[in-house]
Design a protein around this ligand. Structure first.
Ligand SMILES: [Zn+2]
Length: 423
């Protein structure tokens, strides 16, 4: 009876349960309280769909030496308003050791357009001068789909574990990014210390071809970078003032959708806390932004916009009106996977014990599995609480995988209660 009361206090679904109600219980148990961050973020209704094309391995053509095998993987985030596709690529030939070379870059954005944020590689993360995206993947997986869409990548750079989470909210026109770098151990820990690599420099390099691949198509454009402070055009090296240049808007006055030319412009921002200085190299083909981050901060947040299909004036007006608001939302966003944000481990344990008690002898065959599940959750949660992204992703998977176990136990507990009621 005690467990009966407890369950009635903690759960609120109609007693006339069927399969749906039982499944509802599992959802309630795992996703207990709406996260404060998501409420602050003002997430609109709607869904973000995420597609993971999986790892594809093929022989190199242009990416590396002929005969080498190259891994490619496409992951898309579709907010309902815009679909962004990201492309991971790297040569997995054993001769490269922990490196994964790829001629056009390792991390690109082929959609909404192959121009703008470069389809082959738009992002380099230089830690102590070496590009993290060129190293072995420690993790690459979808972490959320539905109310938000997200995936994470972790690269095993020699000096740091470098993690990148990309996230979209329903209806959003942009992708939010969270980048972290954690020094790696350099030697076996002693009882008193854990020697770690020193991270002296962190530079994020962003490459775009605003609106159109001019040179390769034998055309001339006029590349611009506009910030709230200044507007410069090619050829120029623009030195950024971090507190004033709060967004970077890349456009081409020749290749403007308003003139029936090009795909439309693009933009980016880095939240100012992590930005020490930066410069934008405005060439007549690529536009490369080198953003020098503060290594001691350990993380940075960024936004990427691709305004494909929009006129330059529309994108400029959007940024003037909304970039500050998008930056504020970026700062408030909790990038941890939904299940990790919402888990209440103590409550999960209480529910599990209550169900096992209520299911009595019928629950016996499931006790060991439930014990293993709870132990696994405790171990993963301890690592997740220390900011281990891999553990957070694994915890999400383990929680989702427990739905069937809870469903069975709930059904058994209900049957058992009904039997007791008849006696
Ligand atoms: Zn190779």
């Amino acid at each position: 009876m005690v467990s009966h009361t407890r369950r009635d206090n903690s759960l609120s679904f109609p007693r006339a349960e069927g399969k749906q109600a039982v499944r509802g219980f599992v959802v309630v148990a795992l996703l207990l309280v709406p996260s404060v961050a998501s409420v602050l973020a003002g997430e609109p209704n709607g869904e973000v769909s995420v597609q993971d094309g999986g790892s594809q391995v093929a022989l190199a053509t242009f990416e590396c030496t002929r005969g080498h095998k190259v891994e490619t993987r496409l992951i898309s985030l579709d907010s309902g308003a815009v679909k962004y596709t990201f492309r991971y690529c790297g040569c997995v030939d054993p001769s490269h050791g922990d490196e994964r070379p790829a001629a056009e870059g390792n991390f690109g954005m082929p959609e909404p357009t192959s121009a703008n944020w470069y389809w082959g590689g738009f992002l380099n993360i230089l830690i102590n001068g070496k590009d993290a995206t060129r190293y072995r993947l420690a993790d690459l997986r979808v972490t959320e789909t539905g109310r938000r869409g997200a995936f994470q990548v972790i690269w095993a750079h020699p000096d740091a574990d470098v993690g990148l989470r990309l996230l979209m909210l329903p209806g959003a026109n942009h992708v939010m990014a969270h980048l972290v770098w954690k020094p790696r151990p350099t030697a076996t820990p002693t009882p008193t210390s854990q020697p770690q690599a020193t991270i002296k420099s962190v530079v994020v390099r962003l490459t775009c071809y605003p609106s159109f691949f001019t040179t390769s198509r034998h055309r001339h454009g006029d590349r611009h970078c506009q910030t709230p402070r200044i507007d410069k055009h090619e050829p120029e090296i623009l030195e950024l003032v971090p507190e004033k240049d709060t967004y970077l808007y890349f456009y081409d006055t020749v290749f403007d959708v308003a003139k029936g030319e090009g795909d439309g412009p693009c933009a980016a921002l880095v939240a100012p806390e992590a930005l020490r200085c930066g410069r934008v190299h405005l060439g007549d083909y690529s536009v490369v932004s080198e953003l020098t981050l503060r290594p001691e901060v350990g993380q940075a947040r960024l936004v990427f916009w691709d305004f494909t299909g929009h006129k330059n004036a529309e994108a400029a007006a959007y940024l003037k009106a909304h970039a500050a608001e998008d930056l504020a939302r970026l700062a408030q966003t909790d990038f941890r996977p939904e299940a990790v944000r919402r888990i209440q481990a103590d409550r999960l344990q209480t529910e599990a014990v209550g169900l096992l008690t209520a299911a009595a002898d019928d629950g016996k065959p499931y006790r060991a599995r439930m014990g293993e599940f709870l132990t696994r959750v405790a171990v993963l949660k301890a690592s997740a609480d220390k900011g281990d992204w891999k553990a957070e992703a694994e915890l999400t998977t383990v929680l989702a995988g427990s739905a069937d176990l809870f469903w069975k136990l709930k059904a058994l507990a209900t049957l058992n209660e009904n039997d007791n009621g008849k006696k």
